[in-house]
Design a binder for this molecule. Structure first.
Ligand code: SF4
Length: 637
């Protein structure tokens, strides 16, 4: 932990003179972007830092964080500010000049906030979380922060397998953040001492086991790992698994919180417009949460059940307001499967007919269109405004393997859709595949190659000149709370051989083939099903210099090898298949989907037997029906 300038130092001046002139992109750290909040630090009773452990240009694009920011800043007595992971050049300056990591809006040190809330989206940001705690001047391990005044450190987002992070975080917020954040803020406000002069700064909380137990009891969806007892699973990896707390009043397992009515969720009326280029430089409006399909590899589809749709009127109004307030020229209608949104056609027609969008030629994109929900009429309609590429994800090359993953698409359906896309005048088709799926063989890879070659021949036959096909191939990573959570991560040598097989088999040099780094997927796979013992690896990797591991040019596999060796942990233990009867490190969380359903789906996968999509017919009894009135995969009201 670095030592800092005096606590009274004016951090805003220090950033201005000592940081901004010397970093590659000062725009990552300056406040007052268009539509940013202007919080009144001195008037706030509760100060929350919303922290995104990745670069500014990634975090500023994240819709969920923007919604939480709006909710908190609308609560009386509460302010929310943002902080993104400083890029290595900035980190070196902060350390060298002993300046603490500060919030964007008022440039106050993170350690002066009552609550630090990390928004976690993927496993490869874990070292950045440690970097941010360290630069804030806070001990990395939660147990070392106990007993003295300081921020309550919580994490939300994708925290469904939080084992490797548990020793660093006080509490996890499990489920839809919008339904939890106000409850968390109200609970924290209640912990503040009352009385005293009005202008006195609200003192920080003293985080203790008692305070955390009260937090877990008071706010549904709060998981405090330190309250749980531990067992070593009987599985051969000997994973450390949470067990029921000795205090029976602490909820266990912790039930995922679900926002039932998306019209009740506050919307981002004024999207932040950054000064530098963001990863997604566009307005985004969520149209639907959940997915009516049942792809067996897909964690997002399993942990967001049931489907909840936002009415088309509300989406259209939100979209127009966001475009007007931001000046963006692109609009994304976000969901896990846009084509399954029941109002997609009327919504698109309504947006396309709006003269404001038409005059500005605002491009509309549907980032998650499924091949079997593709509608040529819709494609034509979107194309009238402005063309972006069409993205499809068959995921597996052969029909057999697509039955294993429960993505029931025939070769003819795939080719028919691609033909329609090119015939509609689109010039770019992006296709996503995975390798290393359970039961995969070389024959499946050969069928993938044949499919890519067939798609590329359609490229040449399209109406437009210069049609392009981009193919992206990643390695399958087994994830918690999916039917494939018991599967092994494929052998690295086999994955390499399959990448080569694809490379050599695709004949058309105009097809742009890209392969996700196997080492990155392997590390992701270790942490995706990891336990608390891996915290030692994360801390070792951080101390050795690992940062921004998701960025392939900054990824340092040799340092990670060293970190595993230093911690005395063999990563292969976490990549092997897990026995079906073993306790699991994520057993403290109840997503609503039953283990029995996942096991049944796993058995059906091995037999390449399909399960019909919920939308198609009778309930598959996934477990969500215990919680909600769900029919055809969708919440019934
Ligand atoms: S409860 Fe039934 S219909 Fe609803 S998501 Fe689960 S399987 Fe599908």
């Amino acid at each position: 932990m670095p030592s800092f300038h005096s606590p009274d130092a004016d951090c805003a001046s220090l950033y201005e003179t000592e940081i901004f002139p010397f970093v590659e992109k000062p725009s990552r750290y300056i406040d007052h972007e268009i539509n940013a909040a202007r919080p009144d630090w001195s008037a706030a009773r509760l100060r929350v830092a919303l922290v995104f452990p990745d670069a500014y240009e990634v975090g500023v694009s994240h819709l969920g964080l923007k919604i939480l920011y709006e909710i908190l800043n609308a609560l009386p007595g509460v302010i929310a500010e943002r902080c993104y992971a400083p890029w290595p050049d900035c980190e070196a300056l902060l350390r060298g000049k002993r300046i603490p990591l500060c919030s964007l809006e008022t440039c106050h040190p993170l350690r002066e906030f009552h609550v630090i809330g990390f928004s976690i989206q993927y496993e490869l940001c874990y070292t950045n979380i440690l970097q941010m705690l360290d630069l804030a001047g806070l001990p990395l391990r939660a147990v070392l922060r106990r007993g003295s005044p300081g921020p309550l450190v919580i994490a939300g987002g994708n925290v469904f397998s939080p084992g490797p992070l548990e020793p660093f975080i006080d509490a996890f917020a499990v489920g839809d953040g919008e339904s939890m954040i106000a409850g968390i803020a109200r609970w924290a406000l209640d912990q503040m001492p009352h009385g005293g002069p009005d202008n006195a700064p609200a003192p920080l909380l003293t985080v203790s086991d008692e305070l955390l137990a009260a937090f877990a009891r008071a706010v549904p969806g709060i998981y405090v790992p330190s309250l749980c007892r531990r067992t070593l699973s009987a599985g051969h990896a000997m994973r450390s698994c949470p067990d029921r707390p000795s205090d029976a009043s602490i909820p266990f397992p912790v039930r995922r919180q679900v926002e039932l009515d998306l019209t009740e969720v506050p919307v981002v009326r004024k999207p932040l417009v950054p000064y530098c280029e963001a990863v997604h430089d566009r307005a985004a409006v969520e149209i639907m949460r959940g997915c009516v399909r049942g792809c067996r590899f897909c964690q997002a589809g399993m942990i967001t059940r049931p489907v909840r749709e936002k009415p088309a009127d509300a989406v259209a109004a939100e979209a127009l307001e966001a475009i007007n307030a931001s000046g963006y020229e692109d609009l994304t209608l976000s969901s896990l499967s846009s084509g399954d949104y029941s109002q997609i056609a009327p919504l698109l027609l309504r947006l396309l007919e709006d003269h404001r969008l038409a005059e500005d030629r605002t491009a509309i994109s549907l980032p998650s269109l499924r091949i079997d929900s593709f509608d040529p009429a819709l494609a034509q309609a979107i194309r009238k405004v402005r063309r972006t590429g069409f993205t499809f994800a068959p995921e597996a090359g052969s029909e057999r393997l697509r039955r294993v993953i429960n993505k029931q698409l025939s070769r003819d359906e795939i080719l028919g859709t691609v033909r329609s896309v090119f015939d509609s005048g689109w010039q770019l088709v992006k296709v996503y595949f995975m390798i290393g799926l359970p039961t995969e063989t070389d024959e499946d890879i050969d069928e993938m190659v044949a499919l890519i070659n067939d798609i590329s021949s359609l490229r040449k036959g399209g109406k437009m000149r210069g049609c392009r096909v981009n193919v992206s191939v990643s390695s399958f990573v087994p994830k918690a709370f999916t039917p494939f959570q018991w599967a092994a991560f494929a052998d690295v040598a086999v994955l390499r051989e399959r990448q080569q097989r694809i490379q050599q088999g695709v004949r058309d040099r105009a097809v742009k083939l890209s392969f996700h780094k196997i080492e990155l997927s392997r590390l992701e796979a270790v942490f995706a099903r990891g336990d608390t013992q891996l915290a030692d690896v994360v801390e070792n990797a951080y101390r050795l210099g690992c940062r921004f591991d998701e960025w392939s040019d900054l990824f340092r596999p040799e340092l990670w090898d060293q970190a595993f060796a230093n911690a005395g942990i063999d990563p292969e233990c976490y990549l092997a298949a897990i026995p079906e009867d073993a306790a699991l490190p994520w057993d403290a969380i109840d997503t609503g989907v039953d283990r029995a359903f996942l096991l049944d789906e796993w058995d059906k996968a091995i037999a390449a037997a399909p399960t019909p999509a919920c939308a198609a017919g009778p309930c598959n009894q996934c477990g969500i029906q215990r919680w909600f009135n769900c029919a055809r995969g969708t919440i019934q009201r």
